[in-house]
Design a binder for this molecule. Structure first.
Ligand code: PAF
Length: 287
């Protein structure tokens, strides 16, 4: 069985023991309700460190007032079992009081101008401030050598890289590839909310991202690529938040011929909001 700790003191005591033995520590931050995508991050952590700590904390400060914080599935027993099987050594399961000792309303907030305000940040105001604020706390509590974040949440990964560089955390950020269903749908805790019909439609996200990649390679204008993808997704039954082509830093490219471009989509099917992305130069992320 995996060891579970709830307080910062217990967490630090474990980590100190490992460090005394010269062991490198990887942190895998999560909000629980874990699936194969998360477990692959634990596998990657194992490859990059001697010891792996996962955290499960449903972070209230990254949910908007109309979002699913209360409804967010909490499955700690199944998560702990899965983490143990995946090779995780320690699970940090803090309370809200541990993460926000002065209360969430009085908590120091990290605001990242620009990067955190576009795309997901525009659709979910304050979301990345909440993510940055909780991840900075986890970094201070665990002080890991390495931390693993999935490419599925591409903008979040860029926000974390920005945070690490800007606040001088001595932590290597290792990105984990997106894990997909056989038909290409990216794994997500939110997929479980889809009706069978919506699940069949959801595959259009990755199909459209692949089309966007082909059209960019042909040098078609970015505006047209984005508009067509938006129209195709709407015709398939999505309410589209965005379907865009961006540079790695999420600025808008001049043309599809630039290297290192990425397609990003966010769209709702019924009550479920899904996101996905495809790095055009990296066949490993899109199957
Ligand atoms: O990706 C997530 O699950 C969360 O945003 C994270 C990074 C654990 C912060 O709460």
């Amino acid at each position: 069985m995996i060891r579970i700790v709830h307080t910062v003191a217990e967490l630090r005591a474990h980590l100190a023991g490992w460090r005394d033995r010269g062991q490198r520590v990887a942190l895998v931050p999560t909000m629980g309700n874990l699936h194969a995508g998360h477990f692959s991050l634990v596998g990657l952590a194992r490859q990059n460190a001697d010891r792996v700590v996962a955290s499960i904390f449903v972070n209230p400060t990254q949910f908007g007032p109309d979002e699913d914080f209360a409804r967010y599935p909490r499955t700690p027993e199944a998560d702990a079992e899965g983490l143990a099987r995946a090779g995780c050594d320690l699970l940090f399961l803090p309370t809200v009081e541990t993460m926000y000792p002065l209360g969430a309303a009085a908590a120091a907030r990290i605001r990242l101008p620009g990067l955190a305000e576009v795309l997901e940040g525009a659709a979910r105001p304050g979301h990345f401030d909440g993510v940055a604020s909780v991840v900075a706390r986890l970094f201070n509590m665990a002080d890991p050598d390495v931390a693993i974040f999935g490419r599925k949440d591409y903008q979040q990964l860029q926000v974390i890289r920005h945070l690490v560089r800007d606040l001088a955390f001595a932590i290597d950020i290792v990105p984990g590839p997106t894990v997909r269903e056989p038909d290409g749908l990216a794994l997500s805790s939110r997929n479980q909310y889809l009706t069978p019909e919506e699940r069949a439609t959801a595959v259009e996200l990755i199909r459209n991202l692949r089309t966007m990649r082909e059209q960019a390679a042909q040098g078609l204008p970015i505006d047209g690529i984005e508009q067509e993808a938006t129209e195709r997704l709407a015709a398939a039954g999505f309410v589209v938040d965005y379907a865009v082509v961006r540079r790695a830093d999420l600025t808008r490219p001049e043309s599809g011929n630039e290297a290192g471009l990425i397609g990003l989509v966010a769209a709702r099917l019924g009550r479920t909001r899904l996101i996905d992305n495809l790095e055009f130069d990296d066949p490993g992320t899109g199957a």
